[in-house]
Design a protein around this ligand. Structure first.
Ligand SMILES: [Fe+2]
Ligand SMILES: [Fe+2]
Length: 272
């Protein structure tokens, strides 16, 4: 198989309309700066903080996002169910029950380069019908020979599961990126076998809240243990992502974090 270089921009969980607007505002600048072959976005929280709708998915895909990954909020909005079955560029965790709507992996192509995009859910503290570590073997078997690169979005609560999967897949996929906690970790690196890895990419949305929720409401809930209505914060939008560069098929050379604030008034990108 000839080597086909690729640059992948992966953006962490979009939270609410603010997360969507932050991505769309910063994407042109990020394209100029990093020249990604592919842009992949986790959007499990994009519809008002929970789930995704067909209209929003269409808008993201229409803006040049190559594929969308999801997670435990995939089925929050009923209107997305048939869309998940019909639209090949959106994936929910592959290790969900086979009876649940949608698919767990897809292949997107740009400039003759084929990228397999796989979504997995952790099995600790999250409801996933089947084990991530065995289902990934099934998916990689199906992708073998059909892709130049593979990116796995491991949507999981526990750091141990994500670190474990990174080591398990080292040398077999281009990248394993963790999502779900909405807080970026400081461990981005290329593992010895050539797989780019990070435990959590973080989120794209309001850094001034509590993983997306208005901080006053989250604190009230934590303080009183009573039922509190949660709304998405609008405070201090940031984009959290990673850029993975690969000069050989299924092997990464570099992974770097993108942590960029968005100032809606000036609409310019600053920061690294
Ligand atoms: Fe999320
Ligand atoms: Fe999640």
């Amino acid at each position: 198989m000839p080597d086909r270089p690729a640059t992948i921009l992966f953006v962490g969980d979009l939270v609410g309309g603010l997360g969507r607007r932050t991505l769309l505002a910063l994407l042109p600048g990020l394209r100029e700066r990093y020249e990604p072959t592919f842009v992949i976005v986790n959007a499990e929280n994009v519809a008002g903080g929970l789930g995704i709708t067909p209209k929003i998915a269409d808008e993201l895909l229409g803006s040049g996002v190559d594929a969308i990954t999801l997670g435990n909020h995939a089925y929050h909005r009923k209107e997305i169910y048939s869309y998940l079955d019909d639209e090949p560029r959106i994936v929910r965790p592959a290790n969900y029950l086979r009876s649940q709507p949608g698919r767990g992996h897809t292949v997107v192509e740009r400039d003759g380069i084929r990228l397999g995009v796989v979504n997995l859910s952790g099995n600790l503290f999250l409801r996933a019908g089947r084990p991530a570590f065995t289902e990934i073997e099934n998916v990689l078997g199906q992708l073998e020979g059909a892709v130049d690169h593979v990116l796995v979005d491991m949507h999981a609560e526990a750091t141990s599961e994500k670190v474990g999967l990174g080591w398990y897949l080292d040398g077999r996929v281009t990248a394993v990126v963790g999502t779900h906690t909405h807080v970026p970790t400081a461990d981005a690196r290329v593992l010895p076998g050539g797989t780019a890895y990070i435990t959590d990419v973080g989120m794209t949305g309001p850094r001034g809240g509590v993983i997306g929720v208005k901080k006053e409401q989250a604190i009230e809930s934590l303080r009183t243990h009573m039922s509190v209505r949660f709304e998405t914060s609008a405070d201090d939008p940031w984009l959290n992502g990673v850029v993975i560069r690969a000069s050989q098929s299924l092997r990464a050379d570099r992974i770097e974090q993108v942590l960029a604030p968005w100032e809606p008034s000036t609409a310019t990108m600053s920061g690294p």
